[in-house]
Write a protein that binds this ligand. Structure first.
Ligand code: JEE
Length: 243
């Protein structure tokens, strides 16, 4: 996967691209990220990229000409998707991340200020995407969110341990709680079922915890689940007793 990112602050991406799973994907050549510094395409001696909004109102708007020059400077693959990060975009999801895998290239525009001139969206045919209902100060963190979520799904980036864990999210279920050493920590133990080593019992306990958590924390997800009779029994069994 190749990602071209148009931004006023390319330096924000350095540690993100250097460490962890994304860093490994870059080092392995599975992910190529090309940062385009929008300032290079700015207007006049000051290389301006923003101006006051027509119609008035607070803040500044990113001008269309520098953005269009930056977009057109990028070599496009045959299967390429143009995204504009925006608080007014369609909400990003795990399904959307999976759907991006059919592209060889993502071109991501990160705005700043109050956002970008709408004509860029219309002329470029870009998809406006938001990462959620809260207001950030620019599109860089959202772009990293998209790159991170997509990179995890690239073949060869993670072992298949993770791929199976991601299945539970696809099913619309929250994860079960996890524990590791030490066996007691500040007076709290680990659920006995996890220490007994009965794999069927552990699988049932984890399924019950995932279901009960989803019901309590995400009723929106829970009401869409297709519960089996066994699911109902497991929830019943583990809702009274702690384990
Ligand atoms: C891109 C500029 C900052 C702040 C006006 C009016 C918006 C833009 N999930 C997400 N949250 N925020 C972004 C995002 C923010 C951006 C840009 C993405 C470019 N900004 C900005 C305030 C406003 N507000 C009232 O409604 C809310 C606009 C984002 C994503 N993806």
């Amino acid at each position: 996967m190749r990602c071209d990112v148009i931004t006023l602050f390319p330096e924000l991406f350095s540690p993100f691209l250097d460490v962890g799973m994304v860093g490994r994907a870059v080092k392995a050549g599975l992910l190529v990220v090309n940062l385009i510094w929008l300032r290079e395409f700015g207007e006049g001696v000051h290389r301006s990229v923003d101006d006051r909004p027509y119609g008035g109102g607070p803040g500044m708007v990113m001008m269309a000409p520098p953005l269009m020059r930056a977009i057109e400077s990028i070599e496009r693959e045959k299967r390429s998707l143009l995204l504009i990060m925006s608080p007014a975009g369609e909400i990003f999801s795990q399904n959307m991340a999976s759907s991006f895998l059919k592209f060889d290239q993502l071109v991501i525009v990160c705005g700043r200020y109050e956002g970008i001139d709408q004509r860029i969206v219309e002329l470029s045919g870009a998809r406006e995407v938001s990462i959620g209902d809260y207001v950030l100060s620019g599109g860089e963190i959202p772009a990293m969110v998209i790159i991170d979520a997509v990179t995890r799904l690239l073949p060869g980036v993670l072992g298949d341990e993770a791929s199976s864990a991601e299945e539970s999210f696809k099913e619309g279920l929250l994860e079960y709680p996890q524990y590791t050493r030490p066996r007691t920590f500040m007076g709290l133990g680990v659920p006995e079922v996890l220490l007994r080593g009965n794999h069927k019992e552990i699988e049932e306990w984890r399924r019950a915890q995932a279901l009960l958590r989803t019901k309590a924390r995400r009723p929106d997800l829970f009401e869409r689940l297709l519960l089996t009779k066994r699911d109902m029994e497991l929830m019943e069994r583990y809702s009274q007793q702690g384990e």
